[in-house]
Design a protein around this ligand. Structure first.
Ligand code: DX5
Ligand code: ZN
Length: 217
């Protein structure tokens, strides 16, 4: 069964509790952290994550750190209640990104590694032994509501092959422009977790849409 991860970047932050409840039958809640440096936008950080964790103790919180030098914050996001902490390969040197992933695992949390559209799949190879999740961006990170980049589908297939050949237990997640058409394309290419923000949050009955998507995939 494929997993759906609603991105609360598209939620109404004045009614975040209600909005999370409206999608809480999903598998993960995707939490986008932006620092205005790694991406040209600023979103939410540690205090909001702590509040969500307190209010939703059972929910799997999937933190996507679009920040430079994530080694500075990986442990703090673990402590704040994230279950998965995903850092960007492009956000620091290879050594420091690996160290951030090791620190995450040392906190008994899952470590993710993400790549932007221009980064080739092959760049992921050194990180496979440290990764519990790989996140492929199908838009340039920074904003919700962008169009899906169809030229990334071959990369999803390639990373699927890399994971299968490696023998490691790594989930493959896709983020950006996911709707009922592109979710099927990503799933067929080998993605297991589909992040969806603007598409899902525009639906009047988000729970029904999550169920529908999961039945389709
Ligand atoms: C973009 C974020 C995404 C975003 C997806 O940088 O990482 O998680 O919320 O939004 P949609 O589904 O609207 O493309
Ligand atoms: Zn994201």
């Amino acid at each position: 069964m494929k997993k759906i991860a609603p991105s609360i970047l598209s939620a109404d932050f004045t009614r975040l509790k209600d909005d999370i409840e409206s999608v809480n039958l999903a598998d993960y809640i995707h939490y986008d952290v932006m620092d205005g440096v790694f991406v040209p936008n600023i979103s939410v950080g540690i205090p909001v994550l702590q509040s969500i964790r307190k209010t939703f103790p059972e929910t799997v919180l999937d933190a996507h750190l679009m920040i430079t030098e994530p080694i500075r914050y990986a442990e703090r996001f673990c402590d704040a209640g994230a279950d998965i902490v995903t850092v960007h390969l492009e956000a620091d040197t290879e050594d420091k990104i690996m160290e951030a992933m090791k620190l995450t695992r040392a906190k008994c949390k899952k470590a993710g590694i993400s790549i932007k559209p221009k980064t080739p799949a092959s760049a992921l190879a050194p990180y496979l032994p440290l990764a519990d999740l790989i996140l492929i961006m199908t838009v340039e990170p920074g904003f919700g509501g962008q169009g899906f980049m169809y030229d990334q589908v071959d990369k999803i297939r390639e990373v699927r092959r890399m994971i299968d050949e490696s023998g490691f237990d790594i989930e493959l997640e896709v983020d950006g422009g996911v709707n009922d058409e592109t979710a099927v394309i990503c799933s067929e290419a080998g993605a297991e977790v589909l992040v969806s923000g603007s598409y899902l949050f525009k639906k009047p009955d988000r729970g029904a849409e999550i169920k529908r998507l999961k039945e389709m995939l």
